[in-house]
Design a protein around this ligand. Structure first.
Ligand code: AMP
Length: 282
C-alpha cells in the first residue's frame, strides 16, 4: 500500500489509474480502523481495481467541545490493516493540506440533515458533505462505500450526489457489530470496561424495537417509550441524546411503522457519544 499525503499527488495517482482504464473505489474514513471499516474495504475491493482508503479526521465536521483533539489515531496499524486487504492507496492528508487557510465554500444539505444528529451537532453534516465532496473531486472514484451505521450520513451523501449530479455510485454496507451486538466504532476506545458493558443496552433497545414491531406494535410512541425505559434502567443510566423513529426516505418523524422506518439512537456513555440504528418494516 502506498501512502499519499498531498491532494495533488492523490489526484495524479487517480488520474493515472483512470487513464489505464481501472475502476476506482474510495472508502472515506477517519482512521483507527476496525472490522466495520474493513467490511467497507472488502466490499470496495470487489467493486474496484484501484482502491483508495482516505484517513482524515476532518476538523470542520467537529463542533466546539467535541472530540477532535482526542480522536484516536494509529497510523501504523491502519497501514497494516489496509496492506492486508490489498488497498492500493491510503490518502491521509494533513489538516492544512486539505483546506486553504481562507477556504470559504461549503456544501449544505437543507432537509435530511436537519433532524437526528444534525439537530444535535450543528454544522456537522455541512462539514461531512464538504469533505466528501472534496474527496470525490480529488479521487473522482467510480464507486464510494459507506456504512449503514451512519445512516443519516448515507442519506445526506446520496442526496448530495443526486442534487449536485456527481458521477459516483454510492454503495452501503451493513453495520458490523461486536459479538455482544455493540456496533463497532473508533469511539468505543473511549469506553472503560464498565461503560463498554453499559453500551450493550443501546443495541438491546434497538432489538426491543424490532421485537415490538414484529409482535405487531406499529405505534412509534410506544416503541420509543419502551426503548427509553430500557436505556434508562441501571445505574448510572445511559444519557440519551435522542431516540427517534423516522421515515427512511425523508428522515421525518413518523407516528406509525408503515414504510421502512429508521430507528436511531444517540447516547453518551462516559466520554463517548455513540450512535446506532436499525431499519424496521423494510
Ligand atoms: P468513520 O471512520 O467513523 O468516519 O467511518 C468511516 C466509514 O466507516 C463510514 O462510512 C462509517 O459509516 C463506516 N463505519 C463505521 N463503523 C462501522 C460499522 N460498525 N459497521 C459498518 N460501517 C461502519
Amino acid at each position: 500500500v502506498k501512502i499519499l499525503g498531498l491532494p495533488g499527488e492523490m489526484r495524479a495517482a487517480a488520474d493515472k489509474a483512470r487513464l489505464e482504464g481501472l475502476r476506482i473505489g474510495l472508502v472515506p474514513t477517519m482512521g483507527f480502523l476496525h472490522e466495520g471499516h474493513l467490511s467497507l474495504v472488502r466490499k470496495a475491493r470487489t467493486l474496484s481495481d484501484f482502491l483508495v482508503v482516505s484517513v482524515f479526521v476532518n476538523p470542520v465536521q467537529f463542533g466546539p467541545g467535541e472530540d477532535l483533539d482526542s480522536y484516536p489515531v494509529d497510523a501504523q496499524r491502519d497501514e497494516e490493516l489496509c496492506e492486508r486487504q490489498g488497498v492500493d492507496i491510503i490518502f491521509s492528508p494533513g489538516r492544512d493540506r486539505m483546506y486553504a487557510e481562507n477556504h470559504s465554500v461549503c456544501v449544505d444539505e437543507e432537509e435530511l440533515s436537519s433532524g437526528l444528529c444534525g439537530a444535535h451537532r450543528p454544522g456537522h453534516f455541512r462539514g461531512v458533505l464538504t469533505v466528501v465532496a472534496k474527496l470525490f473531486n480529488i479521487v473522482q472514484p467510480h464507486v464510494a462505500v459507506f456504512g449503514q451505521k451512519d445512516a443519516q450520513q448515507v442519506r445526506v451523501v446520496q442526496r448530495m450526489v443526486r442534487d449536485l449530479d456527481m458521477s459516483v455510485e454510492i454503495v452501503v454496507v451493513p453495520t458490523v457489530r461486536e459479538p455482544d451486538g455493540v456496533a463497532m466504532s473508533s469511539r468505543n476506545a473511549y469506553l472503560s470496561g464498565e461503560e463498554r458493558r453499559r453500551a450493550r443496552r443501546v443495541y438491546e433497545a434497538l432489538c426491543l424495537a424490532e421485537k415490538l414491531c414484529r409482535d405487531g406494535n406499529r405505534d412509534t410512541a410506544l416503541i420509543k417509550g419502551e426503548m427509553t425505559g430500557l436505556l434508562a434502567e441501571g445505574s448510572p443510566p445511559i444519557e440519551i441524546e435522542y431516540v427517534e423513529t423516522v421515515d427512511y426516505e425523508t428522515l421525518k418523524p413518523v407516528d406509525r411503522v408503515e414504510r421502512p422506518t429508521l430507528v436511531a439512537v444517540a447516547a453518551r456513555i462516559g466520554r463517548a457519544r455513540l450512535i446506532d440504528n436499525i431499519v424496521l418494516g423494510g
